[in-house]
Design a protein around this ligand. Structure first.
Ligand code: GTP
Length: 556
């Protein structure tokens, strides 16, 4: 394919505005997948993505499209929409020359619409505004066009109104991709130079890297070098993603595809690395802005015998998600484990779910914490979260954009859920790091029968210590099942106890309903009870369910 017939683009949007649905239509219309009504979010490959209805990992698909009597190769890179994953968005964007900026015709501009717009704008990409869901009864594309004009300074005439669900006007989008997005600046006669923008681990073939070729060409058998760590590899397989892997003979400048080159160690395929031929060194492409972990949590195996298995599961998963940081850690109550850094709470939950679903690992996750440097400072909800208002802009007569400075600690756990429910789903939220501030904070311990539980200790603002301690004790009382002895749950600051709940003694007799002597049934019930207990952690003599560590932090 001549470079001038190639277009590399991404779809960016606020969550649920319809990226994946539009991607499905584009894949169908270009024949990459068959037209059936089963095509629901084809690029969302992970089980967690389908279950949660969100995109976590960016995916790539190469599409062939005829326009003006010419064949074009369109490389589509899908991106996630949730705040926690904006790292993946910026990574995908650096392999593109243009974006489709999707806005829901009913909801209008939302927090991530703005955040994603700026990512594309700063990368100087061509931006095509697409107003989706015009089929909805309460769609108001006029109003959304005014918002786009006001907030992004893009003339309303450039907006394309579509229904991704029904396929209305999607052809216009494909034409706009060809007409309005420039081809990549890549020369086939230059030395081979490729950007690694994603990678994943395959049990049989090792590391599969997703690459964008900024120059030259590469074929099977070529010896390639990673600019980052100077190791040499032989290319075993390469090809296009349509969206499944299609092996080809070569990849050329401007193309986006995959390369398998015998990388075995998960750390060899660094996102943002540059690949070149062994005998033709090139200047490395500027790397990506590395993702910054904002939320930290401990992860421990249910049982220390599962430590090696969990270690390799975490290693494999972190290859698929290089934004996670991993450090070894150990705790008195939980044994050897790790301290992992995530971009946000959803990111942490998704990681945990993927460990369980894709790697069959069962883990205990401790309460998430945020980074502190010594001591930090500081209308609804917002006041109770110690926020300071920065500015307020009316997007139109129905929507307002407010900027606040929040302590990160106040938003990591359930701020997003509460914001959604208080605003009946209308408000949306995005954040960026504003640095460290000074505040009056104290450490609060939680004791179970007098034993401090390190994993439950938290940093709280002095004014809120009492209420937080009280609600944590209440929650623990609700989560920890009754046991054969009484359990005192206490919150303490230093040696001062500020809250207490008591869990009464009790033993569940699982055999109570088994009359007579059906021994196999009894064994089954006892076995089930034993398995249930495995999901618990012993702290002192107290059994604590593994989800207690995180549930206890969510506000009522
Ligand atoms: P994330 O990947 O999680 O950010 O979501 P997304 O932006 O990919 O949204 P998705 O394509 O999953 O669509 C969200 C919901 O909107 C789904 O229930 C779609 O069926 C629906 N939807 C998408 N496009 C349209 C449309 O044109 N009209 C209507 N009525 N619904 C649509």
């Amino acid at each position: 394919f001549p470079v001038d017939k190639i277009r590399n683009f991404s779809i960016i949007a606020h969550i649920d505005h319809g990226k994946s649905t539009l991607a499905d239509r584009l894949l169908e219309m270009t024949g990459a997948i068959a037209k059936t009504d089963k095509n629901k979010q084809v690029l969302d490959k992970l089980q967690v993505e389908r279950e949660r209805g969100i995109t976590v990992k960016a995916q790539t698909a190469s599409l062939f499209y005829s326009h003006h009597g010419q064949q074009y190769l369109l490389n589509l890179i899908d991106t996630p929409g949730h705040v926690d994953f904006s790292y993946e968005v910026s990574r995908s964007i650096s392999a593109c020359q243009g974006v489709l900026l999707i806005v829901d015709a009913n909801q209008g501009i939302q927090a991530q619409t703005v955040a994603n717009f700026y990512l594309a704008f700063e990368a100087q990409l061509a931006i095509i505004p697409v107003i989706n869901k015009i089929d909805l009864r309460n769609a108001d594309p006029e109003r959304v066009e005014s918002q786009i004009e006001k907030v992004f300074d893009i003339p309303r005439e450039e907006c394309i109104r579509i229904s991704a669900k029904l396929g209305t006007n999607v052809e216009t989008v494909l034409k706009a991709v060809v007409d309005r997005i420039p081809p990549p600046l890549a020369c086939p006669n230059d030395p081979f130079k490729a950007l690694v923008f994603d990678s994943c681990f395959d049990h049989y073939r090792g590391v599969v890297t997703n690459v964008a070729l900024f120059g030259g060409q590469v074929k099977k058998g070529d010896r390639i070098v990673s600019a980052h760590h100077s190791k040499t590899y032989e290319v075993n397989e390469l090809g296009l993603l349509r969206p499944d892997e299609h092996p080809t003979q070569r990849l050329y400048a401007g193309q986006v595809g995959y390369i398998i080159a015998g990388m075995k160690d998960v750390k060899e395929a660094q996102i943002g690395d540059t690949l070149h031929l062994q005998d033709q060194p090139v200047e490395a492409l500027p790397g990506f802005k590395p993702a910054k972990a904002m939320v930290f949590a401990g992860m421990y195996p249910m049982d220390q015998s599962e430590y090696p298995g969990l270690r390799s599961a975490i290693e494999r998963l972190t290859l698929n998600d290089s934004s996670v940081t991993v450090q070894r850690d150990s705790s008195l109550a939980l044994g050897a484990g790790w301290r992992l850094g995530f971009l946000g709470l959803l990111h942490m939950e998704v990681f945990n779910q993927r460990l369980e679903q894709e790697h069959n690992a069962s883990v205990i996750v401790t309460a998430p914490t945020v980074p502190y440097k010594a001591i930090l400072s500081s209308a609804k909800l917002i006041k109770s979260r110690r926020a300071v208002q920065k500015n307020m802009v009316y997007i139109d007569d129905q929507r307002v954009m407010m900027k606040y400075l929040f302590p990160l600690n106040e938003i990591v756990v359930d701020f997003y859920d509460q914001l959604k429910s208080l605003s009946s789903g209308y408000a949306s939220f995005d954040y960026e790091n504003a640095g460290y501030q000074t505040a009056e904070l104290i450490k609060m311990d939680i004791l179970l029968n007098g034993n401090p539980v390190e994993e439950l200790a938290t940093v709280v603002h002095r004014n809120r210590a009492y209420s937080t301690g009280k609600s944590m004790c209440e929650r623990l009382k609700d989560t920890i099942p009754r046991q054969m002895f009484e359990i005192a749950v206490q919150a303490a600051i230093g040696s001062k106890i500020i809250a207490r709940e008591t869990i009464k003694a009790y033993r569940k007799n699982v055999l109570a309903k088994c009359y007579g002597g059906d021994i196999t049934r009894k064994m089954k019930l006892l076995k089930k009870q034993a398995e249930g207990k495995k999901k618990m952690r012993l702290i002192g003599r107290v059994e604590v369910p593994k989800d207690a560590f995180i549930n206890v932090l969510k506000r009522k």
